[in-house]
Design a protein around this ligand. Structure first.
Ligand code: NAG
Ligand code: NAG
Ligand code: NAG
Ligand code: NAG
Ligand code: NAG
Ligand code: NAG
Length: 310
């Protein structure tokens, strides 16, 4: 028989183990997840556990023909416009076609698109007015100004309140529109898969092994990229601690290899970091093959990711 005291102790121990295991795995679970998912990389699990991937296998992406464009499993020849179907899957960009350019004798083939311009993203509006959305459209459908005392349905998700017709994200997975039918979980009627359009917008960066820069998260849509090809123009780029043999999986930054858990030191970043006490930018290898860079308020980053940026 195990005494109650021992049971409690065991339970605590189990919880602690679960906690430690998760503390170790969380960055692997989220870092660059959206990116790898959108471009079609396969997660690699250590010892066939199905917790968090240690890395992703993107060989199928890196070995694609360099004079074609790829989207949602479809192949486009240079100059071809994307199909109606592919276009419907990619909100907020229009007129995408497979563009082939030659600069300095180097030919690149990648999609070119124009961004949709939405009024809702450019102008602030006064209460009680707000923008209403359709889950299948990028821009707002209506500027809605409810009459005084009108009752408006509200949705609550993740502690935030949204009014009928307003748009909100469920993690980085879904983009939903509030309606009385929303019951707390994503469903096809109100939500669509959230996308950053990596295949349309960022393949050049991905194939060049650049590093995505995110704002106060390590997943979702990047706000910028550190471009391996040009970064040496800004100073030195080096790996924090030399040995590359800590794991089979390493991140790549251009021709540089960065082992999992190591920092990529970019001269330009250290200059930027020394200019501000409260805002920092850091690039690390969390989930190969790409580096993950995060920028934002130091206290938020440290708290959210259990980092110790000083
Ligand atoms: C995976 O398996 C190898 C050999 O069987 C072992 O050395 C290693 O510690 C295991 N890794 C994990 C994370 O369990
Ligand atoms: C692509 O679309 C544009 C306008 O949307 C059109 O002018 C052009 O002819 C199309 N190109 C091809 C190859 O179909
Ligand atoms: C709205 O409600 C307030 C108090 O509940 C009331 O004084 C006001 O007359 C109402 N306005 C309209 C337009 O019904
Ligand atoms: C919400 O609705 C969906 C179907 O619309 C259903 O599958 C799901 O179980 C519901 N969830 C809750 C928490 O009621
Ligand atoms: C890397 O390899 C060297 C020798 O080959 C070894 O001494 C060192 O412990 C290894 N480092 C790691 C992190 O495995
Ligand atoms: C990596 O590329 C940079 C610039 O393109 C070059 O200066 C450097 O020598 C290369 N390093 C290696 C190890 O190939």
């Amino acid at each position: 028989m195990i005494s109650i005291k021992d049971q409690k102790f065991l339970l605590k121990l189990i919880l602690l183990i679960v906690y430690l295991d998760c503390a170790k795995c969380t960055t692997g679970c989220i870092s660059n997840k959206q990116l790898y998912r959108e471009i079609g990389c396969k997660p690699i699990f250590e010892n066939d556990s199905n917790s968090c991937p240690v890395a992703y296998d993107c060989e199928n992406v890196f070995t694609r023909s360099s004079d074609k464009c790829y989207l949602n499993g479809n192949v486009y020849e240079p100059k071809a416009n994307i199909s109606k179907l592919d276009s419907a899957l990619s909100l907020c960009v229009s007129g995408c076609f497979c563009d082939q350019k030659t600069n300095d004798k180097k030919t690149t083939t990648a999609f070119a698109c124009t961004y949709d311009v939405c009024r809702s993203r450019m102008s602030l509006i006064a209460e009680p007015c707000y923008y209403k959305f359709d889950k299948n459209l990028c821009c707002e459908t209506e500027l809605y100004c409810p009459k005084e005392n009108a009752t408006i349905h509200e949705c609550v998700y993740d502690g935030k309140t949204y009014r009928n017709g307003q748009q909100f994200k469920i993690q980085n997975d879904y983009l939903c529109v509030c309606s009385p039918e929303f019951n707390g979980t994503a469903n096809d009627k109100l939500c669509r898969q959230f996308k950053c359009n990596y295949e349309l917008l960022y393949m050049k960066n991905i194939l060049n092994l650049d590093a995505p820069l995110y704002f106060e998260e390590k997943d979702g849509c990047p706000i910028n990229w550190y471009q391996s090809e040009y970064e040496s123009d800004f100073g030195t780029v080096e790996v924090s601690a030399g040995t590359v043999n800590s794991s089979n999986h390493v991140c790549k930054y251009g021709n540089l290899s960065v082992p999992i858990g190591q920092e990529l030191k970019i001269d330009r970043l250290s200059i930027r970091n020394s200019e501000s006490d409260s805002y920092k930018t850091i690039c690390t290898c969390d989930t190969p093959p790409l580096i993950t860079c995060i920028t934002g308020r130091k206290d938020i980053i440290n708290g959210k990711f259990n980092m110790h940026i000083i």
